[in-house]
Design a protein around this ligand. Structure first.
Ligand code: APR
Length: 170
């Protein structure tokens, strides 16, 4: 695996990176899980800026400033809700990662941290989701020299273990 990819267990809101990714919903108006944690840590100005975007479709992403976060930017992406896997969920999840990397390139970012998109409230099986996350990062980095670090920040031990296991089998 590309040595620029790191897998850690922790809280994404404390990461000192150019951008953290938010696993948002299509309203972009906040929610629970990592979305709630990011809005709480960033402060109310984040919600104001999110409102101005008018939402986001699954598989796509929008970028805002990070406000009170250590990260300069937040890239908000909307993962697929898991319905069994035959409603385009893998393609949509891949598209989330690709959309985030496009924003990273557009803003000349060097470091980016991802949560485990869709594997909480949206119930995407983590063993499948993390293979997509890691393979999209590896594919992107194979053609990119400006990003120096991609961190996958796993909140709980089971997610962390799944990412570590997937990274060994890639
Ligand atoms: N740092 C890193 N990861 C976190 C944090 C945090 N502070 N808080 C939660 N997580 C983890 C969860 O444990 C899970 O592994 O993020 C992963 C994604 O879970 P969710 O936040 O539930 O995101 P998702 O499954 O994509 O569901 C999106 O949840 O809150 C809503 O508005 C959001 O409706 C949207 C839905």
């Amino acid at each position: 695996m590309d040595s620029r990819i790191k897998i850690i267990q922790g809280d994404i809101t404390t990461q000192k990176v150019d951008a953290i990714v938010n696993a948002a919903n299509s309203s972009l108006l906040g929610g629970g899980g990592v979305d709630g944690a990011i809005h709480r840590a960033a402060g109310p100005e984040l919600l104001d800026e999110c409102r101005s975007h008018g939402g986001c479709l699954p598989g796509q992403a929008q970028i805002t400033k990070g406000y009170r976060l250590p990260a300069q930017y937040v890239i908000h992406t909307v993962g697929p809700i898991w319905h069994g896997g035959d409603r385009g969920e893998p393609e949509l999840l891949r598209s989330c990662y690709r959309s985030c990397f496009r924003w990273a390139v557009a803003h000349d970012l060097h470091t980016i941290a991802f949560p485990s998109i869709s594997t909480g409230a949206y119930h995407y099986p983590v063993e499948e989701a993390c293979r997509i996350a890691l393979s999209e990062a590896a594919d992107f980095l194979a053609g990119n020299k400006t990003i120096v670090k991609v961190i996958f920040v796993c909140f709980d031990a089971a997610t962390h273990q799944a990412y570590l296991a997937a990274s060994k089998s890639l």
